[in-house]
Design a protein around this ligand. Structure first.
Ligand SMILES: Nc1ncnc2c1ncn2[C@@H]1O[C@H](COP(=O)(O)OP(=O)(O)O)[C@@H](O)[C@H]1O
Ligand SMILES: [Mg+2]
Length: 314
């Protein structure tokens, strides 16, 4: 906790008196830090985790675009915005972690709950609005442009083609059990990627991680948080999170008020669904192989992995 106080003082010139651990996301720790004047939300990516470099390397590329949206679009009240260090940097770090600081949003995370009609309306309007913006905006979007690359390719090749003696026996068994299915999914996603690379689908700003743990409600307003996946991409990168929802038709109607004649591209949709599965499987395996997890974390991760692997076998 002293470390957090030091980081806030040194990099943000903020003295905090209260630090409360929060339920963070999948990849980072989270704290509510406050003094008598203000509350902040501090996100900490531990350097000991295998996923941290990949998750923090994009910060400098995407934050200027979020800031642009904050200043130039109607999304100001619907997005969470990062606070800068006294030197004007988006993140800071010490030996143990990479730190990001936000204003604390007083509200609730949608998480396991369902959206109300009003929230469905708000979500549809926010996403429709976000997708209005593309590469023509006045900040550079090149570095967040979709390249249709397939994640964990080398990693999968390596673990699928070796006897994995360094792995714990239960993980090795899971991998060998699902070898064929993982290989098949990799091939399908690679093929879709090749085809999409040659297509000229319109690309727009997309959040790309639109699950309900990234939606918060505050004073009757829906706020989308966790913009670390921001990309210039075919809009199916976002719509894939909504298409299985019971309200998808309502969503689409509202969406089409802004994007007339919009039609889903099924190739892009399948690509994003498949790639997301590979990403999740790769990340779970990476955690199980490289991170030091507690027994409970390990069990949870194996359950998630099992669920994903079973879903690609259908
Ligand atoms: N600015 C904020 N104020 C209050 N709570 C927040 C804020 N940002 C995130 N949270 C809470 O912390 C959780 C994890 O944050 P998130 O940014 O999604 O991290 P991760 O990248 O690890 O998923 C969210 O589900 C939400 O409940
Ligand atoms: Mg999140």
């Amino acid at each position: 906790m002293d470390r957090i106080k030091q980081v806030l003082k040194y990099y943000y010139n903020i003295e905090v008196t209260n630090i409360q651990s929060q339920q963070g996301g999948w990849a980072s720790l989270a704290y509510k830090v406050s003094n008598e004047k203000h509350s902040y939300f501090l996100k900490v990516y531990e350097k000991s985790r295998a996923s941290t470099p990949k998750l923090t390397e994009r910060i400098d590329a995407y934050v200027p675009i979020i800031n642009w949206l904050y200043r130039n679009s109607d999304l100001k009240e619907s997005i969470s915005v990062l606070l800068l260090t006294t030197e004007g940097n988006y993140k800071c770090e010490d030996d143990e972690g990479v730190y990001l600081l936000y204003d604390f949003i007083e509200g609730t995370t949608i998480g396991d709950r369902v959206l109300t009609e009003k929230q469905i309306q708000q979500l549809s309007e926010i996403i429709a609005h976000l997708h209005l913006y593309g590469e023509e905006i006045s900040v550079k979007t090149e570095s967040i442009k979709e390249d249709f690359s397939v994640p964990f390719l080398e990693f999968f090749k390596e673990i699928l083609n070796s006897n994995n003696e360094h792995m714990a026996i239960d993980i090795r068994e899971i991998v060998s059990c699902y070898k064929t299915q993982i290989n098949r999914l990799v091939r399908i996603v690679e093929k879709l990627a090749e085809s999409l690379q040659l297509s000229d689908l319109r690309m727009a700003l997309c959040h790309t991680d639109l699950h309900y743990w990234n939606l918060m409600e505050s004073q009757d307003k829906l706020i989308i948080i966790d913009w670390e996946g921001l990309k210039l991409a075919p809009v199916e990168a976002d719509l894939m999170f909504l298409m299985d929802k019971p309200y998808f038709n309502t969503f689409l109607k509202i969406y089409q008020d802004t994007h007339e004649n919009f039609e889903l591209n099924h190739e892009a949709l399948h690509f994003y669904q498949g790639r997301r599965k590979l990403e999740d499987i790769g990340e779970f395996l990476e955690q199980l192989i490289f991170d030091s997890l507690s027994e409970q974390e390990r069990m949870n991760t194996i359950d998630y992995l099992d669920e994903e692997l079973r879903s690609i076998s259908l």
